[in-house]
Design a protein around this ligand. Sequence first.
Ligand code: XIL
Length: 403
Amino acid sequence: MMARIGRRGVLELGLALTVGGCGGGSTGTPAPAPAPAPAPSPPTPPVTGLDAIAASRNMRFGSTVGGTRNPAVSSFGSTDYRALLVAQCGLIVPENELKWQTLSPTPDVLDFSAADDMLAFATENGLAMRGHNIIWHQNRWLPQWLASHDFGADKEAGTRALISDHVTAVIGHYGSSIRSWDVINEAVDPATGNLYSTVLSDNLGSAEAVIDLAFTTARAAAPPGTQLVYNDYPGWEHGNDAHRAGVLKLLTGMKARGVPIDAFGVQSHLGIGSIDPATGTGPYDQSGWRSFLDAVVALGLDLLVTELDVRDDALPSDIAKRDQGVANYTRAYLDLMFGYPQLRDVLVWGMVDSFSWLQREEQRTDGLPARPNPYDAGFKAKPMRQSIADAFTATAARAKEAR
Ligand code: XIL
């Protein structure tokens, strides 16, 4: 217990552990008189986690967490990672545990046990939990059994029932314990801006029919005030025009059709694929990105940063330079994003580099491990963590809002 508190204090301060010597006794010399009792140590200065800084602006900071507590191979299985979440975060989001594929390995199974344990952890520690995601609208991310599923004689009716049953079951299972849901994830093909076709959209005649049904069902199933989010990854980097246009078209259409959507989740998997000589870090399309966000908020939608992390492919191998480049890029990004008062929640896609999905699913050309998160593999705060803290500190407080 003591060790855990000590470790957590260290994590909160973002410092490395130092081990003090205890002074071993020597033989043959009289023992020195016992030292006077030490004066009580001064109270520890208040430690400031990222969520506490965010809270001072009526904002929140959180992270994803993945896997199970046992076996301890995942971020959720790491006691240090869990302590870091408690110290730094106000909310968490399961990395894979609420995805349809995970909940339903076969059509007759809906297994919430992994996500339920995350909610139990969150509740025990005063953290909120977001829901990610109900329908990831791409065939490769839907349950594989859907491809050969028997939807019944009336395929359209069967598909509608399947979608609304799933949305209702997932939201109904959590009730008021989850106040924000990614109802639809990544429905837009970044290359074309068109909506992906899936087995579901083929049966209903259009992707819009799937998306609209998911949101209207979610609204009916969720307690009042639950935030319903469309989540996707058009980015601020150059080359995102088609993706942004496609997402904007989708959101505009949803609003025009009266579909109940509250917010756009900006995933924010940032990428430094080249270097801007003026800044030494990645270039970005500031005006195109701002126009896109301006148009999104003009629809009356709120914004969330749902999955912030940074790919640093174009930065040099040197760790100090990489970390500083990532930090500078993050700070510029958050400063721009925080210009939108509609943005209150920032979640990173992992607190600690060694647990990042990018470690498993992508590779730098020099083969070095990815460094996309605010803490390194030794749980030491990196410059990116400071950038996040500084960006929250620099932004204006949002109006207070009961959630
Ligand atoms: C990723 C997880 O981190 C991986 O573990 C998994 O193999 C694939 O999905 N956009 C999203 C997230 O919306 O769900 C993705 O998470 C990362 C990209």
